[in-house]
Design a binder for this molecule. Structure first.
Ligand code: C5P
Length: 397
C-alpha cells in the first residue's frame, strides 16, 4: 500500500507551460490512493482548463478567493485545514516570490498562508529566471522556512533554452510526495553506506580513480534516511551535496574508507557498499611530484586494497550486507559470483557499458540478486530505484 493512500493532497497549479503535466500528476497521485483537490491561479487557467482538472481529480476545482458560492462550499481556510500536503506544480518564479513575501493576493497564496501542512513546490521556469539572484534568494527563504523544493530538472525547455528549470516528471513528484508520508520502514535501524569513487595517490598531485559519480549511493542514503534509519554515508570525492538527515563522512582513499566503515559499523543492521572502491593502490605514494624521464614507459607497482564489503560481511554482525556489481560484460555471471565469494545477502547488478544507465547517469536498470532469486528493476530514476531497494532491504531485516 502506498503511503499516500487516503491522504488529502491539495495540488496548486500556477501559470507555466508545464501546467499540462499537472493533469498527469493528478492521475499518478490518485493511483497511489490520494484524494486530490486542485487550486488553480488565473494564469494556470490560460494553460489548462479547470474542467480537465475536475474530471481527473473527481473534485470541484477551486479558482477564486472572492467567489461567494465557492467559499461557502469549501473556503480557503477549510481547504488549508483539509490538506495533508500542498504541492504546487508547476510553481512559477512569480509564485515563488509571492510565497517568499507572504502575499495573500489570490486563493492559492492565501491557502498556503493559512495551511499548517507540509508545503512542497516543483519549480518550472526558463533557466535564466531560475538562475536569477532574486529567484534564488526567494528560494533560500522558502527552504529556510521548511518548504520542500522538488527539482527543477535540467534539459531542453519549451522556449528552446537548455538548462535547469524543467519541472520534474509527474511520477517523480508523486514519489517525492510518497516519501513525505513514508511511515519509516527502517525506523530504529542503523544503515551504513559507502558511495562514490576512491582516489589512490601516486604522488602529491596525481591519483588513480574511476568514473563513479556517487549518485546511486547518495540516493540510497537519502531513501534510507527518509525511511527513518540512522544513516551514515561514507563517501569518496563527488560533486553531490550530502543528503538531509544523513551523517556524512568524506574520505579519499580505499584505506580511509575502510577505516571509516570499520569505526562505525558496530550495531548497524544494514551495510550498503555502493562505492566504486579501487581494487589496487600504488605501493608507494611519492613524497614529491614524479618527473618525466627519458624512458618511453613507466610502471607503477600496485598493491591490493582491503575489500571493505567482504570485511563487513566477515564480521557476521550486520544482518543485511548489500553490494553492487558494476560490470561491462558477463554481468550476471560476475554478480552471482560476487554474492557468493564476498558472502553478501544481496547484490545489485548494473551494466555500466550501457549509455543512459550506470555510473554518471540519473537512471539505472538493475538486477537484484539474493538467495531467493533474481529480479529486474528497470526504467526508474536512481532515487526511485533507491526507494524500492530500501523497501526490499527493510523486508529482509
Ligand atoms: O569486486 P568488486 O569491486 O567488483 O565488487 C563490488 C562491490 O564490492 C561493491 O559493493 C563495492 O562497494 C565493494 N567493494 C569494497 N571494497 C573493495 C572493492 C569493492 O567494498 N576493495
Amino acid at each position: 500500500m502506498s503511503s499516500l493512500t487516503n491522504k488529502n493532497v491539495l495540488l496548486g497549479v500556477t501559470g507555466g507551460i508545464a501546467a499540462y503535466k499537472s493533469a498527469e500528476l493528478i492521475r499518478r497521485l490518485s493511483e497511489l490512493g490520494a484524494d486530490v483537490r486542485v487550486v488553480m491561479t488565473r494564469a494556470a487557467q490560460e494553460f489548462i482548463t479547470p474542467l480537465t482538472m475536475q474530471a481527473l481529480s473527481g473534485n470541484p476545482v477551486h479558482t477564486d478567493l472572492l467567489d461567494v458560492a465557492a467559499e461557502a462550499a469549501m473556503g480557503h481556510i477549510q481547504l488549508a485545514r483539509w490538506a495533508d500536503i500542498i504541492i504546487i506544480a508547476p510553481c512559477t518564479a512569480d509564485f515563488i516570490a509571492k510565497l517568499a513575501t507572504g502575499e495573500g493576493s489570490d486563493l492559492l497564496s492565501t491557502v498556503c498562508l493559512a495551511a499548517k501542512s507540509d508545503l512542497a513546490i516543483a519549480p518550472a521556469m526558463n533557466q535564466a529566471m531560475w538562475g536569477h539572484q532574486a529567484t534564488q534568494a526567494n528560494l533560500a527563504q522558502l527552504i529556510d522556512r521548511g518548504v520542500k523544493v522538488w527539482g527543477p530538472a535540467s534539459g531542453e525547455q519549451a522556449c528552446g533554452d537548455v538548462g535547469l528549470g524543467r519541472m520534474l516528471e509527474p511520477s517523480e513528484i508523486a514519489s517525492c510526495a510518497e516519501a513525505c508520508f513514508d511511515s519509516g520502514v527502517l525506523a530504529g535501524k542503523k544503515v551504513v553506506l559507502t558511495a562514490g569513487p576512491t582516489r589512490e595517490a601516486i604522488d602529491p598531485v596525481r591519483y588513480i580513480s574511476n568514473h563513479s559519480s556517487g549518485k546511486m549511493g547518495y540516493a540510497l542514503a537519502r531513501a534510507a534516511a527518509e525511511a527513518g534509519a540512522q544513516t551514515i554515508l561514507i563517501s569518496g570525492p563527488t560533486n553531490l551535496p550530502p543528503p538531509a538527515d544523513v551523517e556524512f563522512i568524506a574520505v579519499e582513499s580505499a584505506e580511509q574508507m575502510n577505516a571509516a566503515v570499520m569505526a562505525r559499523i558496530e550495531n548497524a543492521q544494514v551495510f550498503i557498499g555502493a562505492a566504486a572502491v579501487a581494487d589496487y593502490r600504488p605501493v608507494q605514494c611519492a613524497a614529491a611530484k614524479l618527473k618525466k624521464t627519458a624512458s618511453e614507459t613507466m610502471s607503477i607497482e600496485l598493491t591490493k586494497n582491503p575489500d571493505i564489503i567482504a570485511g563487513v560481511a566477515e564480521t557476521n554482525q550486520v544482518a543485511c550486507v548489500i553490494g553492487f556489481a558494476a560490470e561491462t560484460d558477463n554481468l550476471l555471471e560476475y554478480a552471482r559470483a560476487k554474492r557468493v565469494n564476498k558472502k553478501l545477502d544481496m547484490v545489485i547488478a548494473n551494466d555500466v557499458s550501457q549509455p543512459g544507465i550506470g555510473f554518471n547517469s540519473d537512471n539505472n536498470n538493475v538486477t537484484v540478486i539474493d538467495a531467493n532469486g533474481e529480479t529486474e528493476i528497470a526504467g526508474l530514476s536512481k532515487y526511485q530505484l533507491a526507494k524500492q531497494l530500501i523497501q526490499l532491504i527493510a523486508q529482509k531485516i
